[in-house]
Structure formats: structure tokens, C-alpha cells
Ligand binder design. Sequence first.
Ligand SMILES: Nc1nc2c(c(=O)[nH]1)N[C@H]1C(S)=C(S)[C@@H](COP(=O)(O)OP(=O)(O)OC[C@H]3O[C@@H](n4cnc5c(=O)[nH]c(N)nc54)[C@H](O)[C@@H]3O)O[C@H]1N2
Ligand SMILES: Nc1nc2c(c(=O)[nH]1)N[C@H]1C(S)=C(S)[C@@H](COP(=O)(O)OP(=O)(O)OC[C@H]3O[C@@H](n4cnc5c(=O)[nH]c(N)nc54)[C@H](O)[C@@H]3O)O[C@H]1N2
Ligand code: SF4
Ligand SMILES: [Mo]
Length: 678
Amino acid sequence: MNTETVPGVCPLDCPDGCSWTVTVENGVATRLRGRRDHPFTHGTLCVKVNQYLDHTRAPDRLLYPLRRTGPKGSGAFERVTWDEALGEIAERLGAIRATWGGEAIWPYWGTGNLGHLQGMRGPAGARLWNVLGASEQLMSICSVAGTGGVRLATGAKQGIDPESLAHAKLILLWGANTLSTGHHLWRFIKQAQESGAHVVAIDPVLTRTAKQADEHCALIPGTDGALALGLLHVVLTLGLEDRAYLAEHTLGWDEFRQRILEFPPDKAAAITGVPEWQLLALGERLARTRPTAIRAGMGMQRHAGGGAALRLLACMAGVTGDWQYLGGGLSYSTGGSFGGDFAALRRDDLRPEPARRLAMTRLAEGLLDVADPPVKCLFVYGANPAASAPDQNAVRRGLAREDLFTVVFDQFPTDTADYADIVLPSTMQTEHLDVHTGYGHLYLGWNEPAVPPPGECVSATELFRRLARRMGLTEPSLYDSDEELAAQLLGSGHPSLSGITLDRLRAEGWVRLNYPADEIRFRQGFPTPSGRLEFVSDGQVAGYTPAKEVEDPELARRFPLVLVSTASHYFMNTIFANRPALARRAGPPSVALHPEDAAARGLADGQRARVFNDRGSFAALVRVTDVVRPGVAATTKGHWSKLTGGATVNSTVDERDADLGRGAVFHDNRVEIEGWPP
Ligand SMILES: Nc1nc2c(c(=O)[nH]1)N[C@H]1C(S)=C(S)[C@@H](COP(=O)(O)OP(=O)(O)OC[C@H]3O[C@@H](n4cnc5c(=O)[nH]c(N)nc54)[C@H](O)[C@@H]3O)O[C@H]1N2
Ligand SMILES: Nc1nc2c(c(=O)[nH]1)N[C@H]1C(S)=C(S)[C@@H](COP(=O)(O)OP(=O)(O)OC[C@H]3O[C@@H](n4cnc5c(=O)[nH]c(N)nc54)[C@H](O)[C@@H]3O)O[C@H]1N2
Ligand code: SF4
Ligand SMILES: [Mo]
């Protein structure tokens, strides 16, 4: 028997970016195991990815190009050849450009794969879209508001090395469901806990993670800014702010101090719903415990004031002086630590002029309202917006437009693929080459193709080469090979890559970026205009921006429940919702409701219900439980409409911007629930 082991990386939109090894026997991938030698992920994968090889061989995998034969949304297709599919796409793109200009094309790329070549960190296809002058996309659906907030305060995207949490004495897991959404960090949190650290989950839901924490602080969704200011008020009252740090390393303390003084504990408690005694105790703990690490998740910033809230968390670590200690400071994302040559990959210089930018959180608006020029081609890859984007019903109206030419490049027949004119089959991770980082650690990983693609699947890089050729484009860089692209990416000369060559990465499988384990981020200053942590930027003082629907009393009368829709333990966004074993474990869509709220509506545990507001509705099974407080309901994202009753939670979510970066407001959402049938 011919057996080999091939290094790889999990491509999914998860902070952990696990390194794995694929065993290939006689050309067939037979085992996929996490790499034990990886310092962050230590050999385990997760419940979702343990059966990834089965997923690559799933019976519903897309293997051939398809052309639509029924109405949009019906999912009726016929098989066509690659030649026919590419011919039709090339012709339609050519005609659309000739009539409407390149900006009528919207490349809608998502985070289904985080690879730097095949995925959305590059993003794949950027060169072709640049040559065609297509609209650009604002990658706004996930973390952008929070990133904007962190950047205002610190000047950088990335905070501390998550591994340094092992050195913390107080850990605030702020809107982060670590045990479900990136569980490898738990090892470091556990280490800290074993050395006496106190771990607090600040989350409206008693999550899997909150259950394992030492304390759960169950605030009302969207009130994090008020909580942060209230806690800092306690710090000031005790006189335990780090005055030396404030004087030397921060800007705008006098103004920020005034802001904090506007949020005495009784007021902060009233806004956040956190009992005043708990706020006082936590504030005192924060005041007296160094180092304190804050680990913020993406969930907490999906509100009208999400950017402002993250900004406050970065500021908080300045008031306590925690940025100066190993194990102190804020960890949100490590994105930005990897200094790859993204400009070389993207080649924005190929673009005749800067194009308009369309926000992926505003897909319905983009398809229904944008006029100059209208969007005539939507080219979707690594994304399932018919299930994941806000205001599902409006998105579907947009996708159903007869004059819209839609291409979907995916691995499975998703809700979005059902609206495509042409569906193209994509490779999966064991079948293509890629370079990865993780947004929750500081390692680079190499993904070598282990097996040939099944059927007629192609990788993203290969698809865009084929399409360029079919369109007769002559720009040479459109035809660079995967190895050439990888070499260009790693050839930036950035200090984070010093000593790291493509050959070394390929040979070793994973390599730590060039950051020392005991690095104190921002010790040499902050990359802000002032070089300091900025409480004030552009004349604006960091502060509390309330959520919109959560705080709307008029709306609250009609829709008394705030609905958060968090990550499912068993799905990765919408990936795996079609995997029978995982779908069984996840169960059908459900909604957690406090016993008081259930009783007031005559709803019993296990009952089928309709969750609705003015935008739409979806079916869910009621779970009567005190994991949520009265007035808050919780469900999970990730289900496919076509597998679960026709609509997802996103039929209720508003298409509206958060305060920074046009981020989404998935949890700033009010609904009502009734038994179904009533
Ligand atoms: N298993 C699994 N893992 C995943 C994903 C998945 O779908 N499934 N998705 C991946 C992706 S794309 C991302 S972006 C990350 C997200 O990772 P996380 O941010 O950890 O995940 P979420 O579940 O979106 O949100 C975390 C928590 O925020 C809470 N929350 C909601 N609103 C508020 C609020 O206003 N304040 C506070 N303090 N908390 C609030 C929710 O109750 C939830 O428990 O996870 C990644 N990992
Ligand atoms: N209600 C609610 N909605 C949410 C959220 C929430 O918290 N609540 N979270 C939001 C967040 S944080 C995110 S990131 C989005 C993500 O939402 P989605 O866009 O649904 O992202 P995924 O489900 O991760 O992946 C999308 C598709 O990429 C495909 N894919 C995977 N790998 C590849 C590849 O290599 N090539 C190609 N061509 N395709 C590939 C998968 O098969 C999948 O169909 O959802 C958002 N939607
Ligand atoms: S989803 Fe996350 S935890 Fe699971 S294997 Fe992939 S990177 Fe690792
Ligand atoms: Mo995300």
C-alpha cells in the first residue's frame, strides 16, 4: 500500500486555524487529524471538522457546472460542461460591461474559506475584478465595527497574543462564546484559571462558555458600553486608575474621565440590567487585579453601538494600565499581525480607477436600490447570503430579479445557489493549495493538496485563471500559478515574516510568525496619530452608543423580545447545516425563552412557534429555560431555509449599519413569538 501524510489547515471562518495532517492511502484520503505539535491547537480539531473527509464525499456535493432550468429560487438545474458555463459567463460579463460598465458586476465574496489564495483573505479573484473594473466589496458582515473601534483607540487591528491569556489573573470573556466558536483558546484560559485567575463571561446568554466561567454577568444585549463605563467608574471611585500609565501613554484622559463619571454604578446597572452589587464587585475586582485580559468576541459588536463598545474595551485596558503587562490588554483578533504582501496578491494597480464599494451587509439594498449603474451581475463565492445576510426576504427579492445574472461558486447546493443562473463546483480543502493564518493566533500554515478534486471541481485560483482565458484577457498576472502566488504573498519582507520562506513553511507545515512569546503589544507606543492610546480621536471622546431596536420603547411594546442569534456549536456559519450527523445534533431551529416570557405567551417547552417582526418570520421550537433573562430570546445562526421551513432568523434581522465600517446588527433585533399554528 502506498501511504503518505500531507500537511493541511482548516479553512473555516474560525479564529483557531487548526493545522492538520491528511493520511492518503492509494490516492484516497483516509484520515484527517489535528497536528499534535501545533502550539495553539495541540492536535484536536472540533466536533464540526472531525468528519470533514466524510463531508468532502457527501452525496449532495456539487461536482459539475449547472445551468438554471426553473424559476430563480427553485433549485432546478441541468448539468452543462465547463466550456458552456465559462462561455456563458464570459459572454454575459462582456455584455454587462459594454452596456453598464464594470461596476455593474458585484463580486460577492464571503468567508467560507479564509485561505490567502483560495479564500477571502486575498481575496481570490481580486486581480480579475480589478482588470474588469468591477465594484469592490466592503467585507462588512462579520467583525468590521469592532475592528474600527479597536483601531480608533489603539491605531491597530490586532490586540494581544491570545496565548498570553495564560498569564492573566482576571479574564473578561466579553461577548465571546469561546468553547463553541474557537475552543483551543480554552487551554490558555484554563492555565490562567489553574494559576488562580477569575474568569467572567459577559454575555446575555448563559452559554456553554459562561457555564464554565467563574462568574456570569448577564447584561441586556447592546449595553456593553454602559457596563464598561460603569466598571471604570468603580475603578475611579477606588482611585485605582493607573495614573502613571495614563499620563505617559494615553491621550484625552480628562475628557474620557468626565465620560466615565457620567456612568455611576446605579445608572450603569439600570441600563445594563446587571445587579448593582455585581457591577460593584466586578468593578472592584477589575480595579485590584493585574493583569486583566479582555477577550472580546464578534458577537457583542453586532449592534448599532458595536464599534463604540469595542473601542471602550481597548480604552478600559488603558485606564487600568493593563496594556503594559504580559497577560493584560485586549484580544479581539490577531488579523493584521501577518504582514503578507496583500497588495501583490490583489494588484489594485490593475484597476483603471477606484470603483464604488458595495457593503456585503447591504445586499438587498445593492440589488434593489442601487442605480448608477445597477448591479447586473452578482458573482458569489465563499458566501451563502440567502441564508446569512440581514433582511432575508428583501435579499431574496433582489436575488429573484430576472435581469440579474448570478453565478454561485460553491461546494454545496446552498440556499443562495438556488438563485444562480450558473452554479460552479468548488474544490474543498484537501484538494487545493493554500496558505493560512488564524485570526485567533500567530501561526502561518501550509495546506498542500492531498487528493485530486472529485468530478469537475476546481479551485478558486484555477476558476479565475480559466475565466480570464475565456474572456481573452492578456494581463500576465491573471495566470500566475498557485506556487507563484504563495511566493508573492510571503515575499513582503515584513518583519513578521523574517526567517520564513515558502520552502520552510512547506517543509514544516506551520511556522510561528516572528513575534516573541513574551511580547508586550504597544510597549513601543501605539500606532495612532499621537503614538498614544487615544481616548479621543478626531475630536470624539470614546463613549456609550446605545443599540437601536433594543432601546426603542415604542418598538418594545409591539416586539417585547430582544433576539440574539449566536453561533451554533455544530455548524460553521451555514457550513455543515446539510451534514446529517451534525444537523441531527444541532436539532431544528430553536428559540430559548425565559419561563416568564413563555408563560405569558402560553408557550410550552418543545412547542412549535413563529418568531416574527415587521420584516419577516421563521419557525422554531421553543426551549423554556433560564439561560436568558426575561425580555431576551436566543437562537442560533447557520440553518438553511430550504432544510428548515423556508426562512432563517435573518428574515427578522434589519439591513442597517452599525456605527463603524457598515457592520451588521444581527443582535439589535426585536421580535415577538407566538405558538404556530396560533
Ligand atoms: N461553532 C461555530 N464556531 C464559529 C462560528 C459558527 O458559526 N459556529 N462562526 C465563526 C465566526 S464567522 C465568527 S465571526 C466567530 C464569532 O465568535 P463569537 O463572537 O464567540 O460568537 P457569537 O456566537 O457570534 O457571539 C458570542 C456571544 O456574544 C453574545 N452577545 C450577543 N449580543 C451581545 C451583546 O450585546 N453583548 C455581549 N456582551 N454579548 C453579546 C452572544 O450571546 C454569544 O454568546 O465564531 C466563529 N466560530
Ligand atoms: N443572524 C445572524 N446571521 C449571521 C451571523 C450572526 O451572528 N447572526 N453571523 C454573520 C457572520 S459573522 C458571518 S462571517 C456570516 C457568514 O455567513 P456565510 O456567508 O453563510 O458563510 P459560511 O457559511 O461560512 O460560508 C459560505 C459558503 O462558502 C462555501 N465555501 C467554503 N469553502 C469554499 C471554497 O474554498 N470555495 C468556495 N467557492 N466556496 C467555499 C461554503 O460551502 C458555504 O456555502 O454570517 C453572518 N450571518
Ligand atoms: S472549525 Fe476551528 S476549531 Fe474546528 S477544526 Fe476548524 S479551525 Fe479548528
Ligand atoms: Mo464571522
